[in-house]
Design a protein around this ligand. Structure first.
Ligand code: FMN
Length: 220
């Protein structure tokens, strides 16, 4: 156990959680529902993520009604299917093919996923806002989505981050009774995962993507 000398955290465990929380699609158990208590625990963890001004303006919706999921799945597929088909043609490397295959599986099965969790924010970023305003806006809600995924993963619950349905945000808002002043930012497909381990994805070494004091100057 690689326990940190001052914090006491087991770094092996915490780093493993952070590196192996993957988007789970094919390994979602479509036959087993996830209790609301478990989802609320994950949302509670998510609500501890950083948010600009410490304003609690994020909202969540759990969607497990079969007809509602089916309707959302249609909007999802209307965008996801052509997008993934187009990408399959232009991105034929192994890594892309795997992601496209997995994402296509989710397009085909979204309506069967035990729960969809929709992350929202109570207001809308004004059109034409500055880069800083966009960063502050989305930066106040998306860290919570990631915290949800981490909390879920450590409870045996897999999730997949999706955005395809956002092209039909207004129609989905109407379906769900969400006021037009609210922004949807992410739809998580959620279910217990099958199997018991995940492998960290290959990523470029930190030193390759980190600069020191000046653009492209390496950290020695
Ligand atoms: C902003 C954002 C939008 C995404 N949208 C989708 C989506 O609509 N459908 C999907 O299957 N995956 C979606 N993903 C998941 C990415 O494909 C995935 O994170 C990436 O392939 C890396 O895989 P990993 O997270 O399992 O390491 C999205 C991820 C992010 C951060």
């Amino acid at each position: 156990m690689a326990q940190h000398p001052t914090t006491g955290f087991d770094l092996e465990q915490t780093d493993l959680l952070l590196k192996t929380t993957k988007q789970v699609r094919k390994r979602l158990d479509l036959t087993r529902s996830v209790p609301y208590e478990e989802l609320l625990e994950c949302i509670d963890v998510a609500n501890h993520a950083p948010m600009g001004g410490n304003l609690e303006r994020n909202r969540w919706m759990i969607i497990d009604d079969a007809d509602t999921k089916a309707e959302i799945a249609e909007y999802f597929a209307a965008v996801g299917r052509p997008y993934l088909a187009m990408n399959a043609e232009v991105r034929a490397d192994d890594r892309s093919t795997k992601v496209i295959d997995s994402a296509t599986f989710l397009v085909d099965h979204l309506h069967e996923v035990p729960a969809l969790v929709l992350a929202m924010r109570l207001d809308r970023v004004p059109d034409g806002s500055s880069t800083g305003a966009y960063a502050g806006y989305y930066g106040s809600v998306l860290p919570g989505v990631w915290s949800f995924q981490l909390a879920a993963r450590s409870r045996g619950i897999g999730s997949a981050w999706t955005t395809f349905h956002l092209e039909h945000e207004a129609a989905v808002a109407e379906l769900l009774g969400i006021p037009p002043t609210v922004t949807q930012v992410c739809l998580l497909a959620v279910g217990y995962y099958t199997g018991d381990s995940f492998t960290p994805a290959p990523r470029r070494p930190a030193a390759d993507v980190t600069y020191l004091n000046r653009w492209k100057q390496p950290v020695q």
